[in-house]
Ligand binder design. Structure first.
Ligand code: RP5
Ligand code: MG
Ligand code: MG
Length: 259
C-alpha cells in the first residue's frame, strides 16, 4: 500500500528550520509496526503560533474542536479515514503513518489541512497536452498553483482564487475565464505527500482539471503572483519533477485525456 516519501526526507532540515526528522524506514511507516523507542522531535514553527488560520496548541484548554467532523467553518474530516489520536498527546495521527516529526511544523491545523489544486490545461500548437505550473517561493519547486481552503470557503472558490492569485497575479477579469471554471472535472481527492506533513498534521487536497478547449487563455495574461515566483506551461510527458504528489496528479490528468 501507499507510503509517503517526501515527508520523510532526512537529507535536509524541515523547511524554514534547523530540525531534522527521525529517519523512518519504509517498513516502519505504518503505525501498527512496533517501534517502542520511536521519539521524533516535536516541532511547530513560530509563524504558526497565534495565527487566525491556525489552531492553538493541542493542550490549550480553550481548544475543543470537533474532530473528524465539519467543525464550524473548519473542515476536520479526512478523505482518507477516521483518524485516531496519540494516546499521550491526544493529537491526531497521520493516517498514512510515521513521518519522523511530531507537532505541526508549518501547518496550521492539527489533523487534515485542506487544499485545492486547479490543473489548467490545453493542447499546444504542436499537439501536446500541457498545464500551467508555477514555481513555489518556499522551496523553488515547480507545482500546480494550489492553495489552502480558507475557513468557510467552498472548494470551487479556492480553486479559482488560488489560480487567480498565483497564476494571474491577482488580475481578475472575472468573466474571461467563466466558461473555463464552469466545466471542471475532479481528478483526485485525498492525501498529499507534502514535505511539510508531520505525524500530527498533513495535507489533503481536491484536484480539478479545467481544460481550455476554446483558446480562452489566449486572452488572459498569465503571470506568477503571491507565493509563486515564476510560471510556465509544462508538457505532461516532460517527466519534470514536481512538488509533493503533483506528478501523480499530472499522471491522472494524462489518463483522463487519453480516454
Ligand atoms: C500541496 O500544497 C497541495 O497540493 C497544494 O498545492 C499546496 C497548498 O499549500 P500552499 O501552496 O498554500 O503552501 O500539498
Ligand atoms: Mg496561494
Ligand atoms: Mg499555493
Amino acid at each position: 500500500s501507499f507510503v509517503h516519501q517526501k515527508c520523510r526526507n532526512v537529507d535536509v532540515p524541515y523547511l524554514g528550520s534547523q530540525i531534522y526528522r527521525t529517519s523512518v524506514p519504509d517498513d516502519l511507516v505504518k503505525w501498527n509496526r512496533d517501534w517502542a523507542d520511536y521519539a521524533p522531535p516535536n516541532y511547530t514553527d513560530k509563524k504558526v503560533h497565534g495565527q487566525a488560520w491556525a489552531d492553538p496548541e493541542i493542550n490549550d484548554h480553550k481548544f475543543s474542536p470537533n474532530w473528524n467532523a465539519v467543525d464550524g467553518k473548519i473542515n476536520r474530516v479526512s478523505f482518507v479515514c477516521q483518524y485516531t489520536f496519540d494516546p499521550k498527546t491526544l493529537s491526531p495521527i497521520n493516517p498514512i503513518g510515521r513521518t519522523g516529526l511530531a507537532g505541526r511544523g508549518l501547518l496550521g491545523r492539527w489533523g487534515p489541512n485542506h487544499a485545492a489544486d486547479p490543473i489548467v490545461s490545453r493542447i499546444s500548437d504542436e499537439g501536446h497536452l500541457e498545464f500551467v505550473a508555477i514555481q513555489r517561493r518556499d522551496n523553488r519547486e515547480w507545482a500546480i498553483p494550489g492553495g489552502m481552503v480558507d475557513a468557510g470557503e467552498h472548494v470551487t472558490q479556492t480553486l479559482q482564487r488560488e489560480f487567480t492569485e498565483e497564476a494571474m497575479n491577482g488580475n481578475i477579469d472575472k468573466d474571461s475565464l467563466k466558461e473555463l471554471w464552469s466545466d471542471g472535472k475532479e481528478l483526485y481527492r485525498g492525501y498529499v505527500d507534502d514535505p511539510r506533513n508531520t505525524d500530527n498534521a498533513w495535507m489533503e487536497t481536491v484536484v480539478f482539471n479545467f481544460h481550455d478547449s476554446n483558446g480562452l487563455l489566449n486572452n488572459v495574461d498569465l503571470q506568477a503572483g503571491d507565493d509563486a515566483t515564476a510560471l510556465r506551461w509544462i508538457r505532461v510527458d516532460s517527466k519534470e519533477p514536481l512538488y509533493a504528489s503533483h506528478a501523480h496528479f499530472i499522471d491522472l490528468l494524462k489518463s483522463a485525456h487519453s480516454k
